[in-house]
Write a protein of this length. Structure first.
Length: 439
């Protein structure tokens, strides 16, 4: 773990570890694919050795590597790969690959320098690149160093094992057509391994900083969605520039208010934990119903909930969705109170109201403390209507503009609704017609 990582919150570090665990599983499956490819190529390639040859090291090397890969893959799926196992895995990968390359001259009964021309060396770069999936440069560097050291050892063995003639040549043609060693060619291979390793390691260092930032922002967005409606959170995180106070957009929307009747009086009679449990239960039941129908929770006001339809997210059915949400809230309130009565607790009457009109949706507050909200006459009218349900002795109301718009948008009432014309609503200048949504 990098020093910069230790300054991150534990929840962010846990998310990074989860990504790395997923990467280790991916690495394991890639390794299994590689050993499968090795085995297939070996099975299809023509053999130049006798069928009764006493030493056939390639199948043994492939078998050992397959066993190790399966064990590593199982540990990866169980998230049981400790740091030392990861380091050991890199070393074992390269050791087995180098051993496989070394075995070629035994398998085909050729001088040791024979294996220096094997194209299997290219698989070294696959194993180095695999380590990049974990987004930790140290494993890439370790893989590159092991590969370079392994090839150096192979070159030394080839030089020491060449018999009958001078082991080293400076002639490229002789190098390609004989068992002699061209030191420059082998140094080029080692330099290529180390150069590719360095490039990938630098890229991983830069990519990891982006990964950490992306995970941190993803976690922040996830936390943000707990304080804002999901649509508002997406508006904030997806904006091309930071939100600023005084900016907003105008649109037509429906505002919904819900409230628990007599909750303030209840607060004076019951212990705080009982009160808060009832409030949490109420919100846990109602909020998902509102959100499921496209409502964006604007704010919680004690026992009240304010939501908007068509403000945070464009909608062609905002009024219909709001009325449908009130229907669902009323049904859930009935079920909630039945459960409370069964548990020996007093029922709590829930009121709701909806109003439609032109609103402004945007950020308000100071530079260091912003809040997204909706402002407009529809907000005021919905709030007044919700309070007016007490005067009408009903549980839910909507103004006629909202009711007509909901019907135009496809809302079909499950039962006959009562219209009450010319109602004087406290706080509103003129009487309005209202529709009783729940008695």
């Amino acid at each position: 773990m990098n020093d910069a990582d230790t300054r991150l919150p534990e929840r962010v570090l846990a998310a990074i570890r989860e990504q790395q665990n997923a990467s280790e599983v991916l690495i394991g499956w890639f390794q299994l694919g590689v050993v499968g490819l090795f085995g297939t190529l070996y099975a299809l390639a023509p053999k130049t050795f006798a069928d009764d040859a006493t030493i056939k090291p390639v199948p043994w090397a492939l078998g050992l590597y397959l066993a190790f890969t399966l064990i590593r893959l199982a540990l990866a799926h169980r998230h049981a790969l400790s740091r030392w196992i990861l380091y050991l895995s890199v070393v074992v990968d390269m050791t087995l690959l180098v051993a496989l390359i070394w075995s070629f001259h035994v398998q085909y009964m050729q001088p040791a320098a024979f294996y220096l021309k094997a194209p299997t060396l290219l698989y070294v770069f696959i194993f180095i690149a695999l380590r990049a999936l974990r987004f930790e440069a140290r494993f890439v560097v370790l893989a590159g160093i092991c590969a370079a050291l392994g090839w150096t050892v192979l070159v030394l063995i080839a030089v020491a094992g060449t018999q009958g003639t001078a082991p080293i040549t400076r002639d490229y043609v002789v190098y390609m057509t004989s068992s002699r060693v061209l030191i420059g060619a082998e140094v080029d291979k080692i330099i290529s391994i180390l150069t590719v390793t360095a490039i990938i390691a630098v890229a991983i260092r830069r990519a990891r900083s982006l990964l950490v930032r992306a995970v941190a922002e993803s976690q922040a967005a996830a936390q943000l969605s707990r304080f804002f409606a999901p649509d508002v959170a997406r508006t904030i995180t997806g904006a091309e520039r930071a939100a600023r106070a005084g900016e907003g957009v105008a649109c037509e929307a429906t505002i919904l208010f819900t409230d628990i009747r007599g909750f303030s009086e209840l607060a004076d009679r019951v212990p705080p934990d009982v009160l808060m449990k009832a409030l949490a239960d109420y919100q846990a039941r109602m909020v998902p119903l509102i959100q499921a129908r496209g409502g964006a929770i604007d704010k919680f006001m004690g026992d009240g909930i304010m939501a908007s339809f068509g403000a945070a997210r464009d909608s062609d059915t905002f009024a219909a969705d709001a009325i449908a949400a009130i229907d669902a809230v009323m049904d859930e309130a009935d079920a909630w109170n039945a459960a409370r009565v069964e548990a020996g607790e007093p029922p709590l009457r829930v009121g709701a109201a909806a109003a439609t009109g032109r609103i402004v949706f945007g950020a308000v507050g100071a530079a260091d403390r912003l809040e997204y909200t909706v402002i407009g006459s529809a907000v005021n009218r919905a709030a007044k209507l919700e309070k007016h349900t007490k005067a009408e002795k009903v549980r839910a109301l909507a103004d006629m503009a909202t009711w007509r718009r909901a019907q135009d948008q496809g809302y079909v009432a499950p039962a006959e609704r009562e219209r009450r014309p010319g109602r004087a609503v406290e706080g509103l200048a003129e009487p309005i017609d209202v529709m009783v949504l729940a008695g």
